[in-house]
Design a binder for this molecule. Structure first.
Ligand SMILES: *Cc1c(COP(=O)(O)O)cnc(C)c1O
Length: 224
């Protein structure tokens, strides 16, 4: 591992972000040593995609890391991350909310979540349609999910070189977010996060109003 190169890329990414945008360093597939190196540069927010991988890494790393779960979460895997996860970005329906709520209650904690919205053209990307998100959040069942706090929305744009396409998708997600923030049942001080933007499309996401970018490659280099 080249610590100097890591520090340089990290500084460059940081310099490109406005103060209102939080950087989530996406560390899926990265060794514990690499994560530690970024931690020693002062970074605390890390994102992981796979529950088993996160469950194995978490005990090997400092306890003040804020772990963001950004991958698809199956109900039978929620228990691996529920005791410590800081924010689940990928809630895609009532069933995973039932499971997270149950596991949060068992751990005596509240779990913060974002609702994942499908905004890309590809069908392979997970998330709910805008209508589904609206009906879930506008009809929020507070009695059913007392240990869940909804903090906002997350989305992934189409994987394309067409920057206007990605920009349109991010703007659509921002409009949905603004509408729900205004009309939804949540305190706007809680419902305040819009997770969008990765290494390739962070500038478009930030221009559209992102509050959190999830960046792996631009910090750690290409994944194996
Ligand atoms: C892997 C991943 C990222 C980071 O992608 P990079 O291109 O490495 O920046 C961001 N968000 C999600 C959901 C991911 O799976």
């Amino acid at each position: 591992m080249d610590r100097e190169a890591l520090a340089e890329r990290y500084a460059q990414v940081n310099a490109s972000l406005p103060a209102r945008v939080k950087l989530i360093a996406v560390s899926k597939t990265r060794a514990v040593e690499e994560i530690k190196a970024l931690y020693e540069l002062g970074h605390r927010d890390f994102g992981e995609n796979y529950p088993q991988e996160l469950r194995e890494k978490q005990p090997l790393l400092p306890t003040d890391i804020r772990w963001h779960f950004i991958g698809h979460l199956q109900t039978n895997k929620a228990k691996y991350i529920a005791p410590f996860v800081h924010l689940v970005h990928t809630v895609d329906g009532p069933r995973i909310l039932d499971e997270l709520n149950k596991r949060a209650g068992a751990s005596g904690r509240t779990i913060d979540v974002l609702a994942q919205v499908h905004i890309a053209r590809e069908e392979t990307k997970h998330g709910m349609a805008a209508d589904e998100v609206r009906s879930l959040l506008l009809g929020w069942e507070a009695m059913r999910w007392p240990s869940i706090r909804v903090r906002g929305l997350m989305g992934m744009a189409s994987n394309t070189d067409d920057t206007t396409q990605a920009a349109r998708e991010f703007e659509g997600l921002k409009a949905l977010f603004d509408g729900l923030r205004e009309k939804g049942p949540f305190d706007p001080r809680d419902f305040s996060e819009l997770s969008m933007g990765m290494s390739s499309d962070a500038p478009a996401a930030i221009a559209a109003g992102s509050t959190m970018v999830r960046i792996g490659t631009a910090i750690f280099g290409p994944r194996a």
